[in-house]
Design a protein around this ligand. Structure first.
Ligand SMILES: [Zn+2]
Length: 636
């Protein structure tokens, strides 16, 4: 493998050995305040514990005890992939312990390792759902069994642990599992793939962590095998698990959104480590078209409830948006990898959009409930989920504490715990601030030049980003601060009292920085109208409001009326007052008909001016009890 960056010991979920940019790790970036610090605090104090408690309660952690005690399959709880959520929880814990050194969390992590370790079999196999007397044989259901998917999450958790703590018992479990996968599915082994991609990015990252080429070769084998019809026919068709077209020949992401995104992430990892420009180009093109044609305003992906899948180009219905939280995590994974490979800040824009408007939407304000799907139009007020029951359906109308399939909460937890690794990148010429957050950035450029920056900002609520240099440079270097794609006018860079207008991309300052130097970026965080491409039929004639990077929503809690027939006056700009964004809304009473399609244009009978109505950031909707909500609002 090429060795540009030192990939082994860096505390990062994705640490390419080469590429345009090197990500700064958890030790180089400390998030110290503001939006993301609050979110990390909620994760550390509530969400991680919540997920752990629920998995004890529903028996998913207990499955490992049952395996040791010989009570399987009789006592097996949860779906076939339940082990994976325990591993995702452990990955979240590993990042959190790495971030804060929390001793109590470390003890809980060790207690989980104690319960998992004895379940691993002699040859490295580890799964509570397969292979015992009375259970299906190993690898007898590649379409739906999720065995390699579970290994993928185990390996990612192992890499997180190794990079934040060092090689220990848990890391060894993950490595033994990976060795087993390589032996079983290598060039001379079982010539097949898993119905749910995930092993691909995991093995590629393990190769980066250990320096062992065989894991990368296995990841590449899995990527290349897909798309040739190795898996059996299923109801959703081969597209569901990306078996319809080989990865390097596909033109767009399709099928099950989370599967497609995890596969894309793994394909980029393989391409970067093997210098496969063709493959990087293919995935970049697929992702560009997906963003241009198959992505919601929130960054959400997946328009179909059936198959949790991407729809056709421009098929983006608000009220049927699936937009799974995990697809948001997957989009951030892909965006971050493309950013590191290419250096193009447009990929960091996607990461920002999806983290703030999908990943941040999932948890409730108290951290005890989660959206699995993220609709952009709630037609009927939802029902408040019981706090002590598992929600049977993913498309729960309000946040629920836990789900029968509960992939999303732990995915949010591991992403939030590792958020610091999205903040900044470096190259030989300097440092780039990618995600705008209050943070301390401390690193060294390859020639030894020290970089110490304190970033202060109330972003995403305010557009002022103040960067203070804390150490003298030994030579000139370039500080770049990402100017998001939405900031098309009015962004200003201020250095030594001099102001320059900057455009989306990177705002740059190059000099031999001295301690005390201050660079300020002022982004035009103001409410603005957003329109849709007319080919997005579902929202034709409608507008949305965004404020900086945040998508806004109209919620019935603020309107006092059902929002379905609400319309906005777009002649007037959205108003900002006392920290609120307000728009002039008209409401209408519907006309009841026996047949909803009259021969004349259906004007509502009564239209009332509801005055200026506040909008809420989309990620905060549904926190004040059942409500209806819409992001796209008809123009009056
Ligand atoms: Zn999910």
């Amino acid at each position: 493998m090429p060795t540009g960056h030192d990939a082994q010991v860096r505390a990062l979920p994705v640490s390419p050995s080469t590429g345009a940019l090197r990500p700064l790790d958890l030790h180089e970036v400390r998030v110290t305040g503001g939006f993301w610090s609050d979110f990390q605090q909620l994760n550390a104090t509530v969400m991680i514990r919540h997920a752990e408690d629920w998995m004890e309660r529903v028996g998913w952690i207990g499955n490992f005890d049952a395996a040791v005690e010989g009570r399987l399959p009789a006592d097996r709880q949860g779906r076939e992939f339940a082990d994976s959520d325990v591993y995702k929880l452990m990955e979240a814990m590993a990042w959190e312990i790495g971030r804060t050194g929390d001793a109590e969390l470390e003890a809980r992590f060790q207690a989980l390792v104690d319960r998992i370790e004895p379940v691993q079999e002699e040859d490295g196999y580890l799964n509570t759902h397969f292979g015992r007397p009375g259970q299906q044989p190993r690898y007898s259901d590649m379409e739906w069994g999720h065995e390699l998917y579970c290994f993928g999450h185990l390996i990612q958790a192992g890499v997180a642990r190794g990079r934040t703590h060092g090689r220990d018992r848990f890391v060894e479990i993950a490595i033994r599992a990976a060795d087993h996968v390589c032996e079983t599915f290598g060039p001379d082994g079982l010539d097949t793939i898993c119905g749910h991609p995930e092993i691909e990015p995991a093995l590629a990252e393990l190769a980066r962590y250990t320096g062992e080429r065989k894991y990368l070769d296995q990841a590449r084998l899995f990527v290349e095998r897909r798309g040739h019809g190795r898996l059996g026919e299923i109801w959703f068709g081969p597209e569901y698990f990306q078996e319809d077209v080989p990865v390097r020949e596909a033109e767009v992401l399709r099928g099950h959104a989370v599967r497609a995104l995890y596969l894309a992430a793994g394909a980029i990892d393989v391409a970067v480590e093997t210098g496969d420009e063709e493959l990087i180009g293919a995935v970049t093109r697929q992702m560009s078209r997906t963003v241009a044609r198959r992505t919601y305003l929130t960054g959400g992906m997946g328009a179909h409830h059936e198959g949790e899948a991407f729809g056709d180009d421009f098929e983006l219905p608000s009220d049927r948006a699936y937009s799974e939280t995990c697809a948001g995590v997957g989009a951030a994974m892909v965006g971050e990898r493309l950013l590191l490979a290419t250096g193009d800040p447009v990929h960091a824009d996607l990461v920002e959009r999806v983290l703030l408007n999908v990943v941040a939407t999932s948890p409730s304000e108290d951290g005890h409930g989660f959206f699995y799907t993220n609709t952009l139009h709630q037609r009927e007020p939802g029902t408040t989920a019981a706090t002590d029951e598992v929600a049977a359906r993913a498309a729960s109308s309000l946040r629920a504490p836990w789900f029968a399939v509960s992939c999303c909460p732990t995915n949010v937890a591991r992403t939030v715990a590792s958020f610091g690794t999205y903040v900044a990148t470096a190259d030989d010429d300097g440092v780039q601030l990618q995600q705008l957050a209050t943070a301390e950035v401390r690193t060294t450029l390859p020639d030894g030049c020290p970089v110490a920056l304190d970033v202060e900002t109330d972003y995403p609520h305010d557009g002022r980003v103040r960067v203070t240099v804390r150490e003298d440079a030994t030579r000139p270097w370039t500080l770049r601060v990402r100017v998001p794609g939405w900031a098309t006018a009015g962004a200003v860079l201020r250095v030594d009292g001099e102001e320059t207008t900057v455009l989306p991309g990177y705002a740059e300052v190059r000099r031999a920085f001295r301690a005390g130097d201050v660079v300020e970026l002022d982004l035009p965080v103001r409410a603005r109208w957003t329109w849709a491409d007319p080919r997005v039929d579902a929202v034709r004639g409608q507008v949305a409001v965004e404020r900086g990077p945040l998508v806004m929503a109209l919620e019935s809690t603020d309107l006092g009326e059902d929002v379905n027939l609400a319309a906005v006056d777009v002649e007037a700009a959205p108003v900002e007052r006392d920290g609120q964004v307000l728009v002039r809304v008209r409401t209408a009473a519907p006309t009841e008909r026996d047949w909803p399609f009259p021969a004349e244009p259906a004007h509502p009978d009564t239209v009332a001016d509801a005055g200026l109505v506040p909008l809420v950031p989309y990620h905060r909707w549904g926190n004040r009890g059942p409500s209806t909500m819409r992001v796209w609002i008809p123009q009056a």
